[in-house]
Design a protein around this ligand. Structure first.
Ligand code: GMT
Length: 376
């Protein structure tokens, strides 16, 4: 099929899912067109059948804010027409679903019927989308998409609670290319470059936004390192990074914490990891936790949003109430203190990721694309 993908081209989870999906579809022989304001960070152009169309913005003195949605809708119309796309799959409702609806209407005027698949990722519903500033437009664009998916049962329920939804919402979980993580573990895992043999490795990966509670990560690790010789890897960048670094300095644990910044080598970094920390305020799914589990890491997380659908309490890791850093530290120490316990949790985490494998999830999206284009 000929599929257009619209997403944020950044390190955020929705952009990562969209990019990995596009590359996997292209690998399977579909023609995939990314329509974004920058080349997506994880996009590998060595994959056949992949195209990138940049959305350009025009400066004009009257514009205090440049009308990105307008430029995006126009670009969608242009690409759909030129390449005869059948489906536009938009990731993150704001403003992509709304812009896709406008493109669909413009194309209808030209006698073309493009199908719009909208995937809700989380903060487009939980934090931003339900705000009165955007609510009507988000609700309208969800109800007017041809297919709507949410990345967890929790996010679907959340959407139904917050909006007046008349459309069906299908749950399609985030997925993982398990082979990529197996390969990183088998061939590239040089743990000794990060920690001494007797030290455990604890990792956090995020965009360091307030919702990720990176200061809780530091507080949890502070307790862990008192009991278990260990290092903390902080991967990513964002508004809370400075506060996290300041807390590390205040607690006097600079020697034990390494800030790595943004990375395209997450699989390689995760292969060292024993325990992954994700104490988020809310997490519709928790792709970062799934990536860690694929690299055989146990997960210590909060029990918010979709996290209980990914991290199984007492099996792949532990879940705690939001902000309960002592409980999260206690649980991490239980896992890290004992080699045998750690191995069981690591193996369970890895096994659980099969449920979210690319082979399982990719055909679900292909089926959804097919079903909406057939119903034309
Ligand atoms: O806040 C982020 O983590 C980024 C955000 C995004 O949309 O870019 O991630 C959301 O989408 C991911 C992919 O579906 C989910 O795995 C994350 O849980 C979700 N983040 C939140 O709900 C906070």
């Amino acid at each position: 099929m000929k599929i257009g993908i619209v997403c944020y081209p950044t390190f955020g989870g929705s952009g990562v899912v969209a990019t990995e999906l596009g590359m996997a579809l292209a690998d399977k022989g579909h023609e995939v067109h990314f329509i974004t304001y920058n080349q997506p960070v994880r996009l590998d152009f060595f994959t056949h059948n992949l195209h990138f169309h940049e959305v350009l913005l025009e400066e004009y003195p009257l514009f205090q804010y440049q009308p990105y949605e307008l430029a995006l809708s126009s670009k969608m119309v242009e690409v759909v027409e030129k390449h005869q796309l059948e489906v536009l799959h938009v990731h993150y409702a704001i403003p992509h679903a709304y812009a896709a609806y406008m493109a669909k209407r413009m194309l209808q005027e030209k006698g073309l019927d493009i199908k719009v698949v909208t995937t809700l990722h989380g903060t487009d519903i939980t934090l931003v989308g339900s705000h009165p500033t955007y609510k009507s437009a988000v609700e309208f664009s969800i109800n007017n998409s041809d297919v709507v998916t949410a990345v967890s049962k929790s996010l679907k329920e959340h959407t139904l609670r917050l909006f007046n939804i008349t459309n069906d919402i299908k749950v399609v979980y985030n997925f993982i290319d398990t082979e990529k993580y197996d390969k990183a573990q088998e061939t590239e895992c040089n743990r000794i470059s990060i920690a001494k043999p007797e030290e455990r490795i604890v990792t956090h990966v995020s965009n360091f936004r307030p919702v990720k509670r990176t200061e809780d990560v530091i507080k949890i690790f502070y307790e862990i390192q008192k009991e278990v010789p260990s290092k903390l890897l902080m991967v990513g960048d964002g508004p809370e990074r400075m506060n996290a670094e300041m807390l590390v300095a205040k607690l006097g644990i600079e020697e034990r914490v390494i800030f790595l910044g943004n990375s395209n080598e997450v699989a390689k970094i995760l292969c060292y990891t024993d325990v992954f920390l994700l104490p988020s305020e809310t997490e519709s799914f928790g792709l970062a936790a799934l990536e860690a589990m694929a690299a055989s890491s146990a997960v210590i997380s909060t029990n918010t949003g979709g996290l209980p659908e990914v991290n199984i309490h007492g099996k792949t890791g532990y879940l705690s109430n939001l902000g309960d850093v002592n409980d999260m530290a206690k649980n991490a120490i239980t896992i890290l203190k004992d080699d045998a316990i750690l191995e069981v949790f690591k193996a369970n985490a890895k096994a659980h990721t099969k449920l979210f494998s690319l082979e399982n999830i990719l055909p679900v999206y292909e089926e959804l694309y097919k079903s909406c284009s057939v119903s034309a």
